[in-house]
Design a protein around this ligand. Structure first.
Ligand SMILES: NC(=O)c1ccc[n+]([C@@H]2O[C@H](COP(=O)([O-])OP(=O)(O)OC[C@H]3O[C@@H](n4cnc5c(N)ncnc54)[C@H](O)[C@@H]3O)[C@@H](O)[C@H]2O)c1
Length: 289
């Protein structure tokens, strides 16, 4: 087992989370796991959650191999008792939780005409019910200790735009936007900040996952339903490592007074006038195409 992909932590944020404890849900080898490694690289002790025990354990091993401190807390974010036990385990180990990243998700790409309601309900429960339960348990622990904190809800560009054939995901993620605002308003008096973080279609850092993603992109392009490579203003898609700096910033005291807000790292996708096909000059913006 290697130390995992480069964390993407900018030098200016080294030590930004020294002395802080973070809990990340859904620490797959894609985005959540890389964020957990990035928070650890910035100095945090990191509790890695996933419903798949081996996934959480793998991320802990990678963080430890890189010299960080981590704890596996496998639980299903929709199971109230399991969430309470998982959060209690983190508090028992480190005495506090300063940072929560709600990242767990189930991708179930179906549309309104075909999606069985049970699948819609399960997807919404993981995205919204999970964020509710884990945020509630962690926020209560912060309030009890009077320590303040930072809660980051991972959104998606699909939270801000309507995606055909992805009704559960789009609905759940857009629900997280106002969950973020509502909880931010309630927790502000306690010094707890709550923000959204918006990634977009992401090229995985892990080579095997990247191959799978390229295949999916090629299929969508062939089917004529998506054109990831042509329509994003930036000449390449973001990778999980690109998200580390911004998420560490949201987690750290560098973003004090930022709450009820959102940070978008999408290469300009949401800002683009919809019919525009972006220019592709050679070595645009000094980045690789
Ligand atoms: N991958 C992308 O292109 C992309 C784009 C925009 C936003 N996002 C968002 O980024 C986040 C991470 O995406 P990813 O691609 O790394 O996803 P992923 O599918 O690789 O990881 C999600 C993890 O959540 C875990 N999980 C599922 N149900 C759970 C439950 N009930 N309790 C606990 N864990 C559970 C899974 O086991 C998995 O390890 C998600 O919130 C996703 O919506 C991803």
């Amino acid at each position: 087992m290697g130390t995992g992909p480069v964390t993407g932590l900018p030098g200016a944020l080294a030590g930004a989370l020294d002395g802080k404890v973070a809990l990340v849900t859904g620490t797959s080898p894609n985005i959540g796991g890389v964020l957990a490694s990035g928070l650890a690289a910035a100095g945090a002790q990191v509790a890695c959650n996933d419903v798949v025990e081996a996934t959480a354990a793998d991320r802990v091993a990678r963080i430890e191999a890189a010299g960080g401190e981590a704890l596996a807390v496998p639980f299903d974010v929709t199971d109230a008792e399991a969430v309470a036990a998982g959060v209690a385990a983190v508090l028992e180990r480190w005495g506090r939780i300063d940072v929560l990243v709600n990242c767990a998700v189930r991708f179930d790409t179906m549309g309104i005409l075909d999606m069985p309601v049970e699948r819609f309900r399960r997807q919404i429960d993981i995205i919204l019910g999970g964020a509710f339960l884990v945020t509630q348990a962690v926020a209560r622990s912060m309030v009890e200790r009077g320590i303040g904190g930072s809660i980051i809800n991972i959104l998606s560009t699909a939270a801000w735009q309507g995606q055909a054939g992805n009704v559960g995901y789009s609905t759940g993620k857009s629900g997280l936007i106002n969950f973020t605002r509502s909880v931010a308003m309630e927790l502000a008096p306690h010094g707890i900040r709550v923000n959204g973080f918006t990634p977009t279609a992401t090229m995985p850092d892990e080579p095997e996952l990247a191959d799978r993603f390229r295949t999916a992109v090629a299929r969508a392009t062939e089917a004529g339903t998506m054109a990831f490579e042509n329509l994003n203003p930036w000449p390449r898609l973001p990778t999980p490592s690109d998200y580390v700096g911004p998420v560490v910033f949201l987690a750290s005291d560098a973003s004090t007074l930022m709450t009820g807000s959102n940070l978008t790292i999408d290469g300009g996708a949401l800002a683009k006038y919809w019919p525009q096909i972006p220019a592709r000059p050679a070595a645009a913006n000094g980045d690789d195409a």
